[in-house]
Design a protein around this ligand. Structure first.
Ligand SMILES: *Cc1c(COP(=O)(O)O)cnc(C)c1O
Length: 535
């Protein structure tokens, strides 16, 4: 729950007013134990300053007005530390029709939250009586049920709480400049992301899926072409291959990293080149023999694929490599970051991804000037020099200015979040390594994961189910990514793959599961989860 502090509560604590102070500070202390957030209303600032100043002057007649003001400001600065600020919106401006405009503002500001998520902490009896669902007194709060801190799989609220001022400022800047399509924030984000990734170009697009589609379009991939990829990934990776009429050739995964196995990539390419499925399974299509064109490795769960051998093999066979780093932005492979490891790299800004926005979005990274030009054209309906000179068939696939503004605020915190997640992962692994029947994630030397997921292997499907059930009993969420490898999904049934064509992916899918992982996870929460698993 969230608590908005009424002016009287803040003053009870700051002045302090003896008769009220105890109750108020009890409530504040409890909010910490309950992990509830405390909020101050920006519209209350003047009243807080003015009232506190007056009380100081009244209580201490000796102090000058200048000193009293300094004391009041110092007190409020101290008090507001660690509190969230809720902005006064335009809808809280015209409150002059209300009996008490200030109360009206506070009450109206609560309407932005889902019912019950935010309450006004007040001792104003009139407010408590008039708005029983929206208000709570310190006494009521102290007697209320201890909901316990909630364990989230990914905690976007905790993240928001740490970047709110910049986030709101960025959103409102777009709101007022009005350049909603390819506005300045898009360019700024592209420049910053390209710098961060170590790539020459970054092109912001509408989603991680469109980001995958566009380089394939630019490379002219279509019917009769073979594109090699992993069966153990999100549908989008292979969906774009099929959308263009090309044929996905699934290559099984490494049992430790869960990423495409470079050792199996070689025979897979050879099988297509020699049109011989005895070398490696591939689908029969009316286009055969197929022509090998590209490889799409995926940085699954945030761990980079094995790019050195993949690039080497691709080079030898004249194939393009498109890295699907939807989960891997921020990861590192032998000193280089995701975005600089393949001919083109894509990422996704879907909210739950390592760098997530508040909606859909994605980006393409490349050092190839020509490719960058073409995908920029595809992004706007295949435009040429101007909008009405269309030189190819494209898409409407731009990154929204509003999302770019949000991502700019999130990017500030991103390096810190990566570090924090690395520490959480190490803690998990330390605690779970004592459990011989579980395999914590394997991160090869010189690689750094972006920790989109912390995924472990159980011994069997039954053991996984047992662990997941027992975590659920304690309110600990867990997920299975992915229950069904792509080669046996209905959408690809026409390719005629057999389950046993990809034995490692089949085995991993039966045993893998993911634990809560985010930068705001607390060490004691990790210990709690690990202990429950051990039990
Ligand atoms: C999320 C994801 C995508 C698709 O990204 P969207 O932005 O949701 O379109 C593609 N590939 C992988 C591996 C993903 O995890």
């Amino acid at each position: 729950m969230n608590l908005l502090l009424d002016v009287n509560i803040v003053l009870d604590l700051c002045v302090p007013r003896v008769e009220w102070q105890k109750k108020a500070s009890q409530a504040i202390q409890q909010s910490e134990e309950k992990s509830d957030s405390l909020w101050l209303y920006t519209g209350s600032v003047q009243t807080l300053v003015y009232t506190l100043y007056n009380e100081i002057r009244r209580d201490r007649p000796g102090v000058t007005s200048k000193v009293a003001m300094r004391l009041a400001l110092k007190e409020l600065k101290e008090f507001s530390k660690g509190k969230q600020w809720i902005a006064a919106l335009a809808s809280e401006g015209d409150v002059f029709g209300a009996d008490d405009p200030e109360d009206e503002q506070l009450i109206r500001s609560l309407d932005r939250f889902p019912i019950g998520d935010m309450k006004l902490l007040t001792r104003d009896q009139k407010l408590l009586d008039s708005y029983p669902d929206k208000t709570i007194s310190p006494g009521q709060y102290c007697n209320s049920e201890h909901a316990g801190s909630q364990l989230n799989f990914i905690d976007l609220k905790a993240q928001q709480n740490t970047i709110r001022p910049q986030l709101e400022k960025n959103i409102h800047t777009v709101f007022h400049h009005g350049r909603y399509i390819l506005g300045p924030e898009v360019k700024e984000l592209e420049t910053r992301l390209a710098d961060y990734a170590g790539a020459k170009h970054c092109i912001g697009v509408s989603s991680g899926t469109d980001a995958l589609l566009m380089p394939l379009m630019a490379w002219g991939i279509g019917p009769g072409d073979a594109v090699f990829t992993t069966p153990f990934t999100f549908i989008a990776t292979a969906e774009v291959i099929q959308l263009l009429g090309a044929t996905p050739i699934f290559v099984d995964i490494d049992p430790e990293t869960f990423n495409i196995d470079p050792v199996k990539l070689k025979p897979a390419i050879q099988a297509i080149e020699e049109n011989d499925s005895a070398i490696h399974p591939f689908p029969k299509t009316r286009h055969s023999p197929l022509i090998p064109k590209a490889v799409i490795p995926v940085d699954l769960f945030g761990l980079p694929a094995d790019y050195d051998p993949i690039m080497q093999i691709a080079q030898k066979h004249g194939l393009k490599v498109l890295s699907d780093s939807a989960q891997g932005f921020g990861s590192e492979y032998k000193g280089k970051r995701s975005g600089s490891l393949a001919h083109a790299t894509t990422t996704s800004f879907f909210p739950a991804k390592p760098l997530g926005g508040y909606g859909d979005g994605g980006a393409i990274f490349t050092d190839d000037d020509n490719l960058a030009d073409i995908v920029q054209s595809i992004r706007v309906h295949g435009k040429g020099k101007d909008k009405y000179d269309n030189i190819r068939i494209g898409l409407n696939a731009r990154l929204h200015t509003m999302q770019a503004a949000i991502l700019l605020a999130k990017l500030e915190k991103f390096p810190w979040e990566l570090e924090a997640k690395q520490k959480k992962a190490e803690k998990y692994t330390e605690l779970l390594s004592t459990q011989s029947c579980l395999s914590p994630p394997h991160v090869p030397k010189e690689l750094r994961s972006a920790w989109a997921q912390y995924s472990i292997l159980a011994q069997s499907t039954e053991q996984r189910q047992k662990i997941q059930d027992s975590l659920k009993e304690k309110g600990i969420p867990s997920m299975v990514y992915y229950t069904t490898p792509l080669h046996i999904q209905t959408a690809f049934a026409h390719l005629g793959y057999q389950p046993e064509d990809m034995p490692v992916a089949m085995d991993v899918a039966k045993r893998i599961f993911s634990l809560p992982m985010h930068a705001y996870l607390r060490e004691e929460q990790i210990a709690f989860i690990a202990k429950r698993i051990q039990q």
